[in-house]
Ligand binder design. Structure first.
Ligand code: CU
Length: 143
């Protein structure tokens, strides 16, 4: 086989398999993600503890491929969900809990903030369909 043919075969195979390797894991039907606390509309003082609730699926650390599991991502002050077919970004507004944590304590600037949870699979990619919580609004006290 000519080298160019060989290279194009490799490229074709790569194009075929890369998207498959990155495909979203299926979500368990009826799985439910929610913020146990704080309550929507809560008036809070720093530091703020947020408890993550998940029904119908299990929590597994990032990197562990196990059916019907994922790890939590806390979305802070996001207008829209991140891309659902790619790994969740990692920054101040997209916090990963890749060790399998089910709660966190953090400091937020005084004022109004929104919080939302999004489950991600072992590759940090949201499941299909996405397992996402309602978005809640909290108010952080200035003093
Ligand atoms: Cu993640």
């Amino acid at each position: 086989m000519k080298i160019t043919t060989f290279i194009s075969s490799i490229l074709a195979l790569a194009c075929l398999y890369l998207p498959l390797a990155q495909a979203a894991s299926p979500a368990e039907e009826g799985a439910e993600l929610y913020i146990i606390s704080p309550a929507n509309g809560a008036l809070l003082q720093n530091p703020i503890t947020i408890r993550f609730g998940l029904k119908g699926m299990g929590v597994a650390p990032a990197g562990i491929e196990k059916t019907n599991t994922g790890h939590h991502h806390l979305l802070i002050d996001l207008e829209e969900l991140p891309a659902l077919d790619a790994p969740v970004p990692a920054d101040e507004q997209h916090r990963h809990f890749g060790a399998g944590q089910t709660e966190t304590t953090l400091e937020l600037s005084p004022g109004k903030h929104t919080l939302q949870l999004l489950l991600g699979d072992h590759h940090h990619i949201p499941h299909n369909p996405p397992v996402v919580s309602e978005k809640i609004t909290i108010h952080v006290n200035g003093d």
